[in-house]
Design a binder for this molecule. Structure first.
Ligand code: GTP
Ligand code: MG
Length: 195
């Protein structure tokens, strides 16, 4: 897709009403600091419209980016942010769940995991939920630039096994630094728009 227009249209906190959008939505889930906001910037061809940080827990709201008035990219808070209080973690978890379970326009969820690490119990839970609800789970293995090329296959295998994903599950290596993988991810989103 040619990005003509991007706009942060809606920001939802724990007490906000979720928007009743008319366009398809694609959401990006994953643990805190995995690179969700960085990926969204790369997809939008914007350097820093979605705020990112080396400190986990940067995104604390659900942010809806309207792309060309055709699709929303939905930036979610990360799970597993250790420094948040248990109460905060629970409130964010409930907010994310509420969104994922009730959005009428959500068409795809991408699960982001760090290519350097085995998935966590939360990652696995998210992956299983996606399959259970009936989304074709697409996994994005982030921070590809941080490993050697010779390690990629091995790390993808570790991620596939850790998630309990079958051979058909698509795992896309991606780097927000080099933008490798970006076009493939847009191809999936173009399919979402067309369907
Ligand atoms: P929360 O909002 O806290 O849930 O985090 P997030 O998943 O949105 O992560 P964010 O995009 O803020 O990135 C976290 C840190 O990782 C930042 O310092 C980014 O610059 C860095 N980062 C993200 N993606 C990549 C990548 O592909 N390569 C490298 N080298 N760094 C990355
Ligand atoms: Mg973020």
């Amino acid at each position: 897709m040619v990005i003509k227009n991007v706009e942060l249209e809606t920001v939802c906190g724990v007490t906000s009403m979720l928007p009743d959008n008319k366009l398809p939505e694609v959401a990006f889930a994953g643990k805190s600091n995995v690179g969700k906001s960085s990926l969204i910037n790369a997809l939008m061809m914007r350097k820093s419209l979605a705020r990112t940080s080396a400190q986990p827990g940067k995104t604390q709201t659900i942010n809806f980016y309207n792309i060309n008035k055709e699709i929303y990219l939905v930036d979610l808070p990360g799970y597993g942010y250790a420094k948040a209080s248990e109460k905060e973690r629970e409130a964010w978890g409930q907010m994310i769940e509420r969104y994922l379970n009730t959005s009428e326009k959500l068409r795809a969820v991408f699960l982001l995991v760090d290519i350097r690490h085995a998935p966590s119990a939360n990652d696995k839970q998210m992956f299983e939920w996606m399959a259970y609800v009936g989304y074709d789970p697409i996994v994005i293995a982030t921070k590809l630039d941080k490993i050697k090329r010779s390690q990629i296959d091995k790390q993808i295998k570790i991620i596939r096994q850790g998630l309990g994903a079958d051979k058909e599950t698509i795992i896309v290596p991606f780097s927000a630094e080099t933008k490798q993988g970006r076009d493939i991810i847009w191809d999936f989103m173009d399919q979402v728009i067309e369907n």
